[in-house]
Every structure is written in C-alpha cells, then in structure tokens.
Design a protein around this ligand. Sequence first.
Ligand code: NAD
Length: 429
Amino acid sequence: MKISIIGSGYVGLTTGACFADIGHEVICIDNDSNKIKSLLAGNIPIYEPGLEELVQKNVKKGTLHFTESIEEGVEKSLVIFIAVPTPPLEDGSVDMTYIEKVARQIAAVLKDYRVIVDKSTVPVKTGEKVYQTIKRYNSHNSEFDVVSNPEFLREGVAIHDLLYPDRVVIGATSERAIKIMKEVYAPFKAPILITDLNSAELIKHASNSFLALKISYINALSRICEAAGANVQMVAEGMGLDHRIGKHFLKAGIGWGGSCFPKDVAAFIKISQELGYDFKLLKEVSQINNDQKEIFLRKIRNVLWVLKDKRIGLLGLAFKNNTDDVRCSVAMDLARVFLKEGAIVQAYDPKAMRKAEEVLPSIHYCSSALDVAEEADCIVIATEWEEFINLDWKSMKSKMISPIIFDGRNLLDKKKMIEMGYHYVGVGN
Ligand code: NAD
C-alpha cells in the first residue's frame, strides 16, 4: 500500500518507519525543512529506542522516503495520514490551526480518490470538519473519504506499541475506506475496531483521560498513605493484582506530564463543557496532579528550608524514561521552580539534555549522573530512568554536602538508602 504521513514528529516518523518495515511504501512529509534535510542526511531528530535502525534499514530498502512536499505525497499515495501537532490553547481547548491548514493543503492538490486519515489527537467532530474543509477547497471535486485512526503509542516504547498494538481503532462509515484501512493494518495482526468517526475520536480522549485518572487516583492515595503511615507501593500492588483494576498506571509519583496527558485532559474537559457536560471528575484529576507537584516541592522546602544558593542535583529531565521529550515535563517544571527560587541546578538525563538546554539554558548540565552529586545539598529524582537505580549511591553520597534524596518516582529502595545513611523522602512511603 502506498502511504504518506503529513507530520514527521514522534508519531509520524515512528509510524512511517513501522509501516515501511511491515511492507508498505511510505513517504514521510514535514514542513520543517531542517527536519527533512536531517532525515535525508540519515540523522534522526528525536530519540526513540530502535527508531534510528528502523529508519536506516527501510531507507536502504527503498520503502521509506522523506519530502517537504504535500503535493508529492498526495499524488503518489492512496492513504494520507495526518500526524501534525494539536497543542493546547490558553483556555485548554485545542489549537486546530495545524489540522485545518493541512486539510486545505490536501484539498489544493487532491485530484483522485484518497483516504485521508487523522492520526493526531483531535476533538470529537474534527473528522466532519476536515471533510467539509477539503470538499470546500478542492477545485477538482475529487472523491475522498475521511477516517479517524487515533494513535495510542507511548514514547519510549513506540515501536513495540506500533507493531503490536492492543487495538487499532478505525472510525469510518465508507465501506471503500474501511476496506483500504483494513489492508493497511492487515500485516499487524492486531484486533481492529471499526466505529463511526465521532466515536473513534472520543476513544482517544476518553482513554488518555482514564489513564491520567488512574495515576491521579494513586497519587491521591499516596497522601492518605503518608498521613496514615502506610506504603502506597504496597497498596498499589494489592490493588493491581485484581484483574479488574490491573497493575499498570498505579505508580505514585510527582504526577503526569508530557505532550499528551496534560493537553488531552484539559481538552476533554473543554470538549465536554462545549457538549453541555461539566466533567467535574476530570477537573479533580487535573487538580490532584497540580497539587502533587506542589506537595513534593513543599517536602523539599521543609527539609532544605531556603532554596536560594542551594545546589540541587537533578536526575532526569525527560517527561518519562526512554525518551528525549521534555514537553510539559514535570522534571522541567521542578527545575524552573528551583531556578526561580535562586538554587543552582546541576542536572543529568541520559537522552534529554540537548532538548532541555534549548528551553532552560541556565541549568548546569552534567556529563554523568555521578557529577550531579558534586557538592550537592540534595538529589531530586524526577524521571524514572532505570540506570538511576543502579548508580553507585555510595560514591554519590561521598560527593554530596548533605546526603538527602527526594525520590519523586519512588525509584529507589527506601530501606536500603536509609541504611546507606541517606535522608530519604519518597512519595507515599
Ligand atoms: P510533533 O510535534 O513531534 O510532530 C509534529 C510534526 O508535524 C512536526 O515535525 C511539525 O514540523 C509537523 N508539521 C506541522 N505542520 C505541518 C504541515 N502543515 N505540514 C507538514 N508537517 C507539519 O508531534 P507528535 O508528538 O508527533 O504529535 C502529533 C499528534 O499525535 C498530536 O495530535 C498528538 O497529540 C498525537 N499523539 C502523540 C503521541 C506522542 O506520544 N507523542 C501519542 C499519541 C498521539
């Protein structure tokens, strides 16, 4: 199948590489000429485990191509995926200018039947608007269908999630488009759920909001555990063994961040409001998340008293492990507060330092995790990188001014750290 993907970011590029790998002919398109130049030169602009190898392999095989031209993509492909950003506006609603622009760009060059597939996360009824926009701006009066195919990949394990998805959701009413979409996904052997357009769009916002809700639930429980002298990790384990609940997304910490959850929860609250429903439950989910960060900061201030002139060793900058993505990262939010209050922040992240430096140049970026401990008044763990677990914590301690650890991800064994002589502060334990 000949496929084009408009938008070659975290979703578009990984999806393109996976489609090419399972046998489709793929063109990845982006209007960022630097990105396309870099991809054509064999450089991958993002870090995603396995992506570089997958891109190189399929470029060599001749099934993965890059261009800035939407016209080329639309002309050469039967299926056109849209994977452009849908960032939040001030009031929480979604900035639809990227999607709207792409719809007009497709309309301007559409001559023959094409399936236009929205993969970006969008408010319900966007597909209808994309259809009307293309119809309005297409001078050839071409035939086309619009499909919703929301993406559920997790950064850090995106290739696995794309190749072995729990489900593929296809929102469409046209039999012709459904048949083509089934062919696109046939090699994946994943369960395919066919729905109408609006339901498919809702599935994405409903899923992300539910996952955020699960984390906020365990974070709220972490406060009860602290007050009661219980251990939230044990409570989560006990809950998670029940199959109806499941063990995933029950890790207490400093809250959810990243480029999806905050914007998608805010958007779903706004969408619901516009549809006449006040989604108070989700407002509370969001509030718990904001509070969780504040409560963690309060713990740090309680111990360090004044942050001004304190040297804080920050482990982790990415919003989660195995990615270089720092968009809406809680780790970055913490760094901003530390810097604002006059602390010296010395940070290390295995993959996200280049992207973090573009946003927060005043952090002192260290070349190793060990360097973060140098004369530090405390260490803050903000991202759950596995390599932080196995650090030489004895050497770390010997470099610090005072051996205090604020473990925002409950990554370390509290008992062991205390035995080693650390003052250990976790979340809900
Ligand atoms: P991204 O910012 O990494 O990539 C988007 C790309 O689109 C950028 O490279 C940008 O230059 C390009 N672009 C913008 N306008 C364009 C245009 N007119 N023509 C061509 N290219 C254009 O964003 P992302 O993280 O890949 O997210 C894309 C969408 O997928 C969003 O709606 C997001 O909510 C959704 N999503 C993201 C994830 C994730 O984990 N990142 C997971 C599921 C869904």
